[in-house]
Design a protein around this ligand. Structure first.
Ligand code: IPT
Length: 994
């Protein structure tokens, strides 16, 4: 348990296959007992006669720390740390307090199996397992996410068998498994007993090469016995015209359809040996590094990837085939074409799905020693010869299990494990065992052992330098020359924690500009939270610290493109749009559409184009248009169909809403022409919008009779409020007190937001202060501004108030003027000019915050939508007319933070269903509406702590900062910052009745 050895007694690792010698699954309800430490271990529990009837029942597979949840952990609690080990770094020793699960199950030995070896297989046990069958010690194993098999030919009986497994949470191997994830344990993947008939192969290695020039596929199926000698067999692949051929020879097939992630063609066949019929699924493709580029079938790839941990908020790393299907389908639906299995090989069935539905895979070894970095990398197992067998064992088990998956194009040595000889040894072993794929590892920036230069969270500027090949040199000339010959990948970028990631488009632009930049993998796919329950019955998503861990990394575990329940976050929608494989460019002058095909292999014949043209959401016409067949990488321009040209020339549609601005927009959509396993026909892949100049210049703007209305506010306000058009202004302060009948409270400038996870992070690029935005903004006092009236003019139908606005203790203040004027009888406009002091350098927002009656819950707007958007996350939203209830305008980030901004708003109506008011941007505004204040939002630690306070909090912004990715990576790009420059918000108000 405290030895650097990988284990004892296991069989040589091999590839997985389905055969006519089917497994007996031992998954089900087992007996379980947890001991908190060595003293509590059960003597002789492995003896078949041991009476386990008092023990608990626990499902296998499962993770014991999640048992009892959501109420409370029944055994030991889950714990989350990122880099830091949750135990003293004293390798190979681990703490005495070592939660240990003892498992027992009895099963009937299968009858009628052919003669041969019997094998007990564990697909995943976290982290250290000692295994007995019928009291006989079979051995022990580590490598939590790696399969292990034991020979049970002698130990297994035909009648009743008793399997006993002791699973320790901590072992020497824990030092190799410091991935950024929950520390949870148990037999968490399937357990089975297999028959390996006498004379059947011990391993099968399928080589399926493809020559893109000749279109010829070459199939070689290498079946070997336990000594590595070739076994004779017969190959049958009806789809390839191969019947009954000798499997030991290479078979060339002309005219095969190659496998790509875009068109994952698999040929099904069998390998028949004297002892077993093995089912094979073959994809023909050639992965190579040529001309400094990663190519498949000769074509350089552009990877639009994500990092995927295996996680389910209820079952942890035990996940069902349905969840795997859901993940692959969601990835495909969102234009993702690649996955890095961070940071361990996934359940093998996930790779089957990647083969079938098409994803490029970087299969990563189960290795991370990141916590050694906190101790100056002293004693890092990556460079200590004592650990070499363990590291090689992990690499070997990764490659051997997964080597027959066409989707796997790269092997990754692991993650964040520093540098060292053992990593070099792993790379060398991989290259000799499987030269048909590339080797990846990020942790050694000199890239000496690898075939791709890989980095994480590099800034846009640095990535551009790499694209231009003007990056800083590697450690030696030789290493530098090698690295410059390599393509570049961001194996992690765009940290999807909370609101964000911002700035995806800038990276995508670089990938599309510089051939050396072959794409990247967003960190990460899913928020890894745990469903937990508060005493009063409220379920919530728990993160680090919620289980009382003394050392933890808080909500850094909730950093995915999917929320924990696998619904898409705004970040995923943004990613889908940014990486869309097809780009549509609408030319409203030429009445044409340009179709740029960014697929690597496919032409556009799998897509259907359709269009719709609208006046502020009122549809003037819609239809389809013929899709030009554009080859991969090419571009074609076609004319609009006559119906679209005609619709574009129609007079302005009646809005049913008076006086609000109308714009005409055309939207073109590319959807799937056919049904796929992962999406139905019509599923949207790409879209574009453009504003069409209206044929009729005249907009029907009928101004209704003056609506000044009376106010509902307190008497004093009423008396002293002077109506300006539909609004009432306090004549003592120059501040808004009512819009029509709607009382307004505290309408004043705001320059602050509830910090996002990214606002909490210190930008890696260290631009500016080296502090987080949150620290900076609070130091400036932007969260606690006070007003001092300097000048007030009350005129007839207008009012101007000038204020100094600054925080306590500081002599820096903004000069803010509120200028109200009647624009017409029904409309009043505000021009708020804010001149921030130079000391405020960079700010989250400049806008007007209003508090309104809480009954105003219905929101109807014309602008970008339907989802939230910030300046650097505004690609996925489109112009339209949208309606939403207040609660649906809140984005449920696992950690509460600024969210829900609606951008590019032309006008918005906010009502209680009958009356309310409209805001009209001059020309556009950002709006956020919440049932609580930004201050409450910034105090809450979980969404359920947020309670509506009876008011509607509305922010109307003239300037809003982007979100960036500083939670792990670069900060907000300069172009998306709000700098201390004068800003004017111009907005008109109307009272409305529905
Ligand atoms: C990087 C890790 O590789 C990944 O596992 C995860 O922790 C991610 O960061 C942040 O969520 S390492 C980081 C120090 C750059």
């Amino acid at each position: 348990m405290e030895s650097a050895s990988p284990g004892e007694g296991a069989l040589v690792p091999r590839s997985w296959w389905d055969s006519d010698a089917p497994p007996v699954l031992l998954d089900g309800i087992w007996r379980f007992h947890l001991s908190p430490d060595a003293a509590g271990l059960t003597p002789d529990f492995q003896a078949p006669a041991f009476d386990d009837r008092q023990w608990d029942l626990l499902p296998v597979p499962s993770m014991w720390q999640l048992a009892g949840l959501p109420e409370a952990p029944r055994y030991s609690p889950p714990a989350y740390t990122n880099v830091i080990y949750p135990f003293p770094v004293d390798p190979p020793l681990v703490p005495d307090a070592n939660p240990t699960g003892e498992y027992r199950v009895s099963f009937a030995g299968p009858r009628g199996w052919p003669a041969g070896r019997r094998v007990l297989r564990f697909d995943g046990v976290d982290s250290h397992a000692t295994v007995w069958l019928n009291g006989t010690l079979l051995g022990w194993s580590t490598g939590s996410r790696l399969a292990v098999e034991f020979d049970v030919t002698d130990a297994m009986r035909e009648g009743e068998n008793v399997l006993a497994v002791r699973v320790r949470q901590w072992s020497a191997a824990s030092y190799l498994e410091d991935q950024d994830m929950w520390w949870v344990s148990g037999i968490f993947r399937s357990v089975s007993v297999l028959c390996r008939p006498s004379g059947a192969p011990a391993d099968v290695f399928v080589h399926s090469d493809f020559d893109a020039h000749s279109g010829t596929g070459t199939l070689t199926v290498e079946a070997t016995d336990t000594d590595g000698r070739a076994i004779a067999g017969r190959l049958d692949f009806p789809g390839l015209g191969i019947t009954g051929v000798d499997s030991r020879k290479a078979h060339s097939v002309t005219g095969v359809r190659p496998w790509t992630a875009e068109d994952p063609v698999l040929y099904r066949g069998t390998l028949t040996t004297d002892a077993e019929i093995i089912e094979l699924r073959v994809g023909f493709r050639r992965v190579e590094l040529r001309g400094g580029l990663l190519r498949v079938n000769d074509v350089p790839l552009l990877l639009r990837g994500v990092n995927r941990h295996e996680w389910n908020p209820v079952t942890g790393r035990t996940i069902s085939i349905e969840t795997m299907r859901q993940d692959v389908a969601l990835m495909k639906q969102h234009n993702i074409n690649a996955v890095r299995t961070s940071h361990y090989p996934p359940d093998r069935r996930f790779l089957d799905l990647c083969d079938e539905w098409g994803l490029w895979v970087i299969d990563e070894c189960d290795l991370e020693t990141h916590g050694f970095s906190l101790n100056g990398w002293r004693n890092n197992p990556s460079d200590d010869p004592a650990w070499q067998p363990a590291l090689l064992d992990r690499m070997r088990r990764t490659v051997e299990r997964d080597k027959n998956h066409p989707s796997v194009i790269m092997w990754s040595l692991g993650n964040e494990s520093g540098v060292g000889r053992n990593l070099s040894a792993m790379a060398q072993w991989v290259k000799s065992r499987d030269p048909s794929r590339l080797v990846h590892y990020e942790g050694d920036w000199d890239s000496k052992d690898v075939d791709v230069y890989s980095r994480m969270y590099a800034s846009v500027d640095e990535v551009e330098q790499i694209g231009l090949r003007t990056e800083k040199a590697a450690a030696t000339e030789e290493l530098d020359a090698h690295r410059r010959s390599l393509p570049f990948l961001l194996c992690e970028y765009a940290h999807a924690m909370g609101n964000g990631p911002g700035g995806l488009g800038e990276y995508q632009h670089l990938y599309q500009t510089y051939p050396r930049l072959q794409g990247g993998f967003v960190w990460e796919w899913l928020d890894q939270a745990i469903v937990s329950r508060r005493a009063h019955g409220v379920d919530f998503y728990a993160y680090g610290g919620d289980f009382g861990e003394p050392v933890h990394d808080g909500n850094f575990i909730a950093d995915g493109l999917l929320f924990p329940d696998r619904t898409a976050s705004p970040g995923l929608l943004e990613f889908k749009k940014v990486i869309a494989p097809v780009r549509l460019i609408i030319d409203t002058t030429a009445r044409s559409l340009q179709v740029d095909n960014g697929y690597d292999f496919l032409d556009t014949s799998g897509l259907n184009l359709s269009w719709v043209i609208e006046d502020a959401g009122v549809v003037l016409g819609r239809g389809t248009m013929a899709t030009p067949v554009v080859a991969a990488g090419e571009s074609v321009t076609v004319d609009w169909p006559a119906e679209l040209v005609a619709a574009a020339a129609l007079p302005t549609a009646d809005q049913g809403v008076t006086g609000l601005p109308v714009e005409r927009w055309v939207t073109v959509t590319a959807g799937l022409a056919h049904e796929h396993a992962w999406a139905s026909s019509g599923h949207e892949i790409a879209w574009a919008q453009a504003r069409v100049a209206e044929a009729e210049a005249e907009l029907a703007v009928e101004v209704e009779a003056a609506v000044t209305g009376s106010t509902r506010g307190i008497a004093g306000q009423l008396r002293r409020s002077g109506p300006i058009g539909p609004v009432s202004i306090d004549t003592r302060t120059g501040m808004l007190t009512a819009i029509g009948d709607v009382a307004v409270h505290d309408a004043r400038v705001t320059c602050w937001r509830a910090p996002t996870d990214n606002d909490h992070g210190i930008p890696h690029d260290q631009r500016g202060t080296g502090r987080s935005m949150d620290t900076h903004w609070r130091a400036m006092g932007l969260d606690r501004l006070q007003h001092k009236l300097i000048d007030l003019t009350n005129g007839d139908q207008e009012s101007t108030a000038v204020y100094h606005v600054g925080p306590a203790g500081s002599d820096a203040h903004a000069l803010v003027s509120y200028r109200w004027a009647r624009t017409d009888p029904a409309e009043a406009s505000l021009e708020m000019t804010v001149e921030p002091p130079p000391q405020w350098t960079t700010m989250p927002r400049i806008g007007l915050a209003l508090q309104l009656p809480g009954e105003l819950q219905q929101v109807d707007w014309f602008g970008l939508g339907p989802g939230e958007a910030y300046p650097d996350t505004a690609t996925a939203v489109r112009i339209g007319r949208y309606a939403a209830a207040l609660e649906d305008l809140q984005t449920p980030y696992v950690f509460p933070q600024e969210n829900g901004n609606r951008r590019g708003v032309r006008w918005v109506e906010i009502t209680d269903g009958r009356t309310g008011f409209a805001l009209i941007g001059k020309p556009i505004i950002d709006i956020t509406l919440r049932p609580w204040s930004s201050h409450s939002l910034s105090e809450a630690r979980h969404p359920h702590e947020l309670v509506p306070d009876g008011l509607l909090h509305l922010d109307v912004d003239a300037a809003l900062a982007g979100v960036g990715t500083a939670s792990c990576g670069p900060g907000i790009l300069p172009v998306y910052e709000v700098t201390a420059r004068p800003v004017t918000l111009t907005v008109a108000f109307r009272a409305v009745e529905i």
